[in-house]
Design a protein around this ligand. Sequence first.
Ligand code: ZN
Length: 314
Amino acid sequence: MSENMQTDEEKLKEVIRRRNRVKAFKRIIVIAVVILLLIPNIVSVYSFTRIKSLSQTVDNLAMQLENLKNVEEETVADTTVAAVELEGAEIGVIDRNDTLTDEERFPGKKLVYLTFDDGPSKYTDEVLDILDEFGVKATFFVVKMDDSEDAYRRIVNEGHTLGIHSYTHVYSTIYADKTSFATDVKDMQDFLYDITGQKASFYRFPGGSSNQVSKVDKNELFDVLSEDGLVYYDWNVTSQDATGKGISASRIVENVIAGVEKNDESVVLMHDASGKSSTVEALPIILERLTERDDVVILPITEGTKPVCHVVKK
Ligand code: ZN
């Protein structure tokens, strides 16, 4: 009997132990399930934080890229410090001996000089056709382009002024030192002479004379130009067609008309370059608005034109 009791007690203990083991096992399962359920949440919270910080990094990089692009534009597209410098643009005085100045030829008129930089381009013929349609002469500050002999010749033959903008248009090379600048100018002068038989007399600095790229003292550059018989012209009106932000034709028209309104003499910066289709689109509207006015005369830059210079020789 006592043996039986002993067995019963042991059985009971065994049952309790088993129940405890089952309980512990259940607890482990519950904990495991809880952990399994929590893992995706933890992972997604972590991923969310990570994505947020990554997207911030991407934003920062995009901003840096935008800044870089702006610098690039500034360097490549002649926008330069134009907007800032324009207000202070000086109109240089030049000794012209006995040549009549444009002012003397057209007293009391607003003088407008349309200038096209960076050509020839795929638009040059179209630009020339439009100018021809309105009987207007302009100025082209050109760079060296292959297979464009006809364009250079057409500019000259149709009575426009063909000026030098540069041979390479690579700022870092042109402005590296005085010799590279002189070489670039000379190369372009020879290049144009070989094609047109005319010696170019006018020059426009890539980026304008106020460009911040040149490491050389500007006075040295001015010396190079005058030794080569070149007079440089900046601008005091910009069409803003080189801002690279896809400017509309109507905006270009407004910029030019507003600029002309402010000045008695307007040297207008425009571009003859691929990607500048809105300039071509704007040109007939500009010419229509200007040619219908009695107080406006549109002229090419010649010896009688007062230079507009952002920076002058000291
Ligand atoms: Zn240019």
